[in-house]
Design a protein around this ligand. Structure first.
Ligand code: GLU
Length: 386
């Protein structure tokens, strides 16, 4: 691998589209691309995660933000995405570099093979000095089958390419210890443990899909991928280099550690919950403290989700603490039957021979204590209410 640094930059919709007119904010785009040119000259390979497709297509489908159906948004994204890419392409050419478009769906990230495929494509583009611009493929995704916010998707890309830096530019200058509109709100410039601020971070931006909460979840994921995250306001004056050199205010979430292996990283960096199991507390305690172990038929108390064999499950103890994530060797239906008959052979229950191991130890990654536990209730109001 080359010694160039890797940087993922995520730009929110409100920076790319004017909130009133829903037109492209060309001046910002221009300033951003000029600054990216500086980063490239400093020896960085950059991936740009750009939102804005839906916002920029809303006028053409004659729809107000907040009042559109899924179909309106799918159509808007089909209109807005080429507008966006065309603008990026023209401005990049002015700065003597080229860009490429990568549109991603949830399945592309959650399936190991497709994940590696995207990674290889990005590596190939980097070899030729081309900057990938990534967005979720909103035109073909449905509410249930989408990542929903580009904050977490960008963080997953940062993990995928082993980025050193992950910069989220937004309409606020970083994180405050409470709603910045409240008197006495303090700016947080360095943040190791994002869990401290989850409760106060529930507000959501008018145009985009994320909010401070998805940004904190994204930062936590990046921190555990060995990547330092910066949250800052997208301004016209050196929007990125001003953050990296510390001359402009930002919230920095330093890297905490790197996954034990690429496989462990992939297992833990989930964008969607396929299913979960609750194991006996003694088993959960052993997963945390003991040597690695399989989870078998007798360890499991209950399950949720309609997962398939090969999906990654979230593993909780009886105390509700998530202790691990791991690839399941059976479908949900099969697991249900196996745990209903804990003392019978797999052959008797399912009609074929297999070991009664639901999650193999080499397909399981223990969650670091500093890693946010998966919490649907935290994500739902953010992701579903678009
Ligand atoms: N993918 C959406 C778009 O391009 C934005 C998602 C987000 O705001 O995070 O409009």
């Amino acid at each position: 691998m080359s010694d160039r640094k890797r940087t993922v930059i995520k730009i929110g919709s409100s920076l790319l589209a004017n909130e009133q007119t829903l037109q492209l904010r060309y001046a910002f785009l221009s300033a951003l691309m000029q600054d990216i040119r500086v980063l490239r000259d400093q020896g960085r390979d950059v991936v740009l995660m750009s939102s804005g497709a839906v916002a920029l297509g809303l006028n053409a489908v004659e729809c107000e933000p907040g009042a559109c159906s899924l179909l309106d948004k799918q159509a808007a994204a089909a209109i807005g995405q080429p507008l966006l890419i065309n603008a990026y392409k023209n401005i990049a050419a002015e700065h003597n570099f080229d860009i490429a478009q990568i549109l991603i769906t949830l399945d592309d990230m959650e399936g190991r093979r497709r994940f590696i495929n995207i990674k290889n494509t990005i590596e190939r583009l980097f070899e030729n000095g081309i900057m990938p611009i990534v967005n979720e493929n909103d035109t073909i995704t449905t509410e249930e089958l989408r990542v929903g916010d580009n904050d977490r998707l960008a963080s997953a890309i940062a993990h995928m390419i082993k980025a050193d830096e992950f910069i989220m530019l937004t309409s606020v200058d970083g994180l405050y210890d409470r709603d910045p509109a409240e008197p006495g709100a303090q700016f947080v410039s360095e943040l190791h443990d994002v869990s401290q601020y989850l409760e106060g971070a529930a507000s959501k931006s008018a145009l985009g899909s994320g909010g401070m909460l998805t940004k904190l979840i994204a930062a936590n994921m990046a921190q555990h991928s060995g990547c330092t995250t910066y949250l800052a306001k997208g301004v016209l004056e050196r929007p990125v280099t001003g953050v990296l050199d510390g001359s402009r205010r930002h919230t920095r979430c330093p890297a905490i550690g790197t996954p034990e292996s690429a496989w462990h990283g992939w297992l833990t960096n989930r964008l969607h919950m396929a299913g979960s199991i609750v194991v006996k507390q003694a088993v959960a305690d052993e997963i945390i403290d003991g040597p690695t172990r399989h989870i078998d038929q007798r360890d499991i108390l209950s399950l949720t989700g309609t997962f398939q064999k090969g999906d990654v499950l979230h593993v909780y103890g009886e105390d509700g603490v998530e202790v691990a994530r791991g690839l399941c060797s059976f479908s949900a239906e099969e697991v249900k039957r196996l745990i209903a008959h804990p003392h019978d052979e797999v052959m008797e229950i399912l009609g074929y021979t297999a070991r009664p191991i639901i999650i193999r130890k080499d397909n399981m990654a223990k969650l670091a204590q500093t890693r946010l536990s998966w919490d649907e209730t935290l994500l739902e109001p953010q992701v579903a209410a678009q």
